[in-house]
Design a protein around this ligand. Sequence first.
Ligand SMILES: Nc1ncnc2c1ncn2[C@@H]1O[C@H](COP(=O)(O)OP(=O)(O)OP(=O)(O)O)[C@@H](O)[C@H]1O
Length: 231
Amino acid sequence: MLELKGLNAHYGKLHVLHGLDLSVPEGQRLGIFGHNGAGKTTLLRACLGDLETCDGHVAYRGNPIKVSEVHHNVGFGMAFVPQGNNVFRDLQVQQNLAIAGLKHDASARKKAFDEVYGLFPLLAERSEQIAGSLSGGQQQMLALGMALMTQPSILLLDEPTIGLAPVIVRDVLASISEINRTRGTTVIIVEQNVQATLKNVDRAVVIKSGRIIYDGASEDLLKQESLWELF
Ligand SMILES: Nc1ncnc2c1ncn2[C@@H]1O[C@H](COP(=O)(O)OP(=O)(O)OP(=O)(O)O)[C@@H](O)[C@H]1O
């Protein structure tokens, strides 16, 4: 579904990703882990074409991802939830969702609303609440709901549980698994909460200094003693 070949990324003289190869099949839940600064967010941005200074090949369902054409690339069915501050804080919950679903006609938008409210009943209960007054975990659910309003085939999530209490972390990760189970949506999730995330992904990739140093089944990652220091 998503294919990266020989991906290099730079910020000025800083060489961040070094010839990465990665192939993600339809319906997979992939967790990407690694130290701060390892290049995880950069990798997500490259998948979207949101990085001018990268080279290599990125394709989504056979469509080449063109650099600097994010608006075009998301049209292939990609949704990206960036780290933090990802809702319109001064607008109501339902207004946030409506904006995210603007590309749809009225009937597709209603279907998307029904799906989001079905997955996150709390968003239906709080539909008129101002988003900035939701708790951190609720805002994260709204951000996921906004991504779902686009009816994506792949979700790219950058640390969706950052700053949340452990019990809420579990809820948010379970919601992501539920989205994958009910819609078949492919998920790529960058996370620092490694142990909690491993319970909700099929495959784990560990990046160190812009290179993949582990790629395997999620349940096997914790058996790799040489990687424990990362966690
Ligand atoms: N816009 C930018 N300009 C210059 N350097 C950048 C930029 N964005 C990221 N970097 C640098 O690139 C490297 C990789 O950053 P990236 O955000 O991809 O790492 P990460 O693995 O997502 O880290 P974290 O877990 O802390 O979010 C870091 O050294 C970072 O300082």
